[in-house]
Design a protein around this ligand. Structure first.
Ligand code: DQQ
Length: 482
């Protein structure tokens, strides 16, 4: 572990060493949360991916366990790609994508009750090829659930010339699968490939779940990550209605305004019935910088998903994250002005604010700012009636010209009184912002050690709330993963 890398998060989960990408196999069993994840333990590059494994009882302190899946001679010789964990009766079973050459096929492995040791099914891939007669762009990642006596599975894919899709399969035993058909097919000719809601030519990491079960009108949500020719665009979701063999979409939404910085998410229903989600915070610095640092990739904080009245999703950090608060650095109840006011300093912070913004007014939050403003990251909320435009300006986040400085923005809801609840989690290079329940995730890489200031400004904006420093989460002594 490169202890001196100032960009390495202190309270987000990262791999002990090497490369991390997608969350996999999310499970809670007997109170214990299991986080598996795409891992290359040998180098911070995406190569011959293993399944890392960590456990927690509170979603924020993790203990490393031995690597769960390692590529071996056979269908996963080139990598154990993303997938899920289900219980077949009492038998924990992982369904994942075995990579061989440039193809992926569904493989299964069964585990010991503690989910530590895994045995791959001897028969190899459980589906021998993508559906015949369809020209697919790719075929990987799995969402598996049970309906009565039948297992159902979605596999992410794309139909060349049409768009991304999720193929639906059925099985009595997780081994013999019958192709049912595409659950839904996107249209990649709609909109520009650079648009923040372009649906891509392939859907990675499809995830189907019902939300708001206790509400009068629950919704079905189909999450996917739009991919095209090796480019990871962003995660989106359809809200709609799943019935029979079809998903009838009502609306398409961006899952996170940060686009590729919250990618390949997976969700789970925990033992208390919450819908939790983790996603992969990709790097925004060159591969060479990650190689020099010895690590790459951050796991998001756990998020709780809820249903909003309009049928879309609201997201918030799980309340367990509050346990990491250390010292209260500021308690705010004030009216801001155009002159920026420093409210706190730090690079391991949690800000919980209620901002009341006059109509057509705006508030600006500078983060990771040096005193002379040479480096600073700007968040802005510009209100227009019952919406506000949340934007992220990274043009001066870093003096290093090699890091990504592209902007991010999108609409968030504003309450009738002009108020917006804003939560900002700063953790070195990791930044997770929630405004009105809409997240914006990104990475920033200031070069100066004094890029620590938090400054607020905005004419007649009322701010109430608190700023805390966060605890560094020590890695619990565990099994080295490589
Ligand atoms: N990452 C995995 C794939 C998935 C992609 C490979 C998404 O299974 O499609 O590491 O980031």
């Amino acid at each position: 572990r490169a202890a001196v890398d100032p960009h390495r998060p202190a309270y987000h989960f990262t791999a002990p060493a090497g490369w991390l990408n997608d969350p996999n196999g999310l499970t809670q069993r007997d109170g214990v949360y299991h986080l598996f994840y795409q891992l290359n333990p040998y180098a911070p590059v995406h190569h011959r991916i293993h399944w890392g494994h960590a456990v927690s009882t509170d979603l924020v302190h993790w203990r490393d366990l031995p690597i769960a899946l390692t590529p071996s001679d056979g269908p996963d010789v080139d990598g154990c790609w993303s997938g899920v964990l289900v219980y077949d009766g009492d038998t924990p079973t992982i369904v994942y994508s075995g990579r061989h050459g440039d193809r992926e096929l569904p493989c299964v492995a069964t585990g010991t009750p503690d989910l530590v040791e895994w045995t791959k099914a001897a028969e190899g891939p459980v589906i021998a090829a993508p559906p015949t007669g369809i020209d697919v762009t790719a075929f990987r990642d799995h969402c598996v659930w049970r309906e009565g006596e039948t297992w159902r599975q979605l596999i992410g894919s794309g139909i060349r010339g049409q768009g991304g899709t999720a193929f639906l399969y059925e099985s009595p035993d997780l081994r013999e699968w019958t192709y049912v058909g595409p659950l839904l097919v996107g249209d990649s000719t709609l909109g520009d490939a650079s648009a923040p809601d372009w649906t891509g030519t392939m859907w990675e990491c499809v995830d189907l779940f019902r939300i708001g079960e206790e509400d009068a009108e629950p919704r079905d949500i189909l999450v996917f990550s739009a991919w095209d020719e090796g480019v990871t665009h962003h995660s989106l979701y359809w809200s709609g209605h799943y019935e029979g063999d079809r998903f009838t979409p009502a609306a398409l939404h961006r899952l996170d305004l940060g686009g590729r910085y919250f990618y390949a998410p997976q969700s789970m229903r925990d033992e208390s019935g919450r819908r939790l989600m983790f996603g992969w915070l990709q790097e925004g610095r060159p591969d060479s910088a990650a190689v020099a640092a010895g690590w790459s990739g951050v796991m998001s904080l756990p998020r709780v998903l809820t249903l909003a009245a309009d049928g879309s999703i609201r997201q918030a950090p799980a309340p367990e994250v509050d346990e990491l608060r250390d010292e209260q650095l500021a308690s705010l109840s004030t009216v801001l002005s155009a002159e920026p006011a420093e409210v706190a300093r730090g690079d391991e912070l949690d800000l919980e604010l209620r901002l009341t913004i006059p109509d057509e007014g705006a508030v600006t939050i500078a983060l990771r700012a040096t005193g002379d403003d040479t480096e600073r990251t700007i968040l802005r909320l510009q209100r227009h009636g019952d919406r506000a435009e949340l934007s992220l300006d990274r043009t001066r986040s870093s003096l290093n010209p090699e890091v990504d400085a592209s902007p991010r923005s999108g609409a968030v809801p504003v309450d009738a009184d002009g108020g917006v609840d804003v939560r900002i989690l700063v953790d070195h290079s990791a930044l997770e912002v929630f405004a009105g329940g809409i997240p914006l995730t990104a990475r920033v890489y200031p070069t100066r050690a004094d890029a620590l200031g938090i400054r607020l400004s905005g004419d007649d904006v009322v701010v109430q709330g608190h700023v805390w420093s966060m605890r560094t989460v020590a890695r619990e002594a565990g099994v080295p993963t490589a």
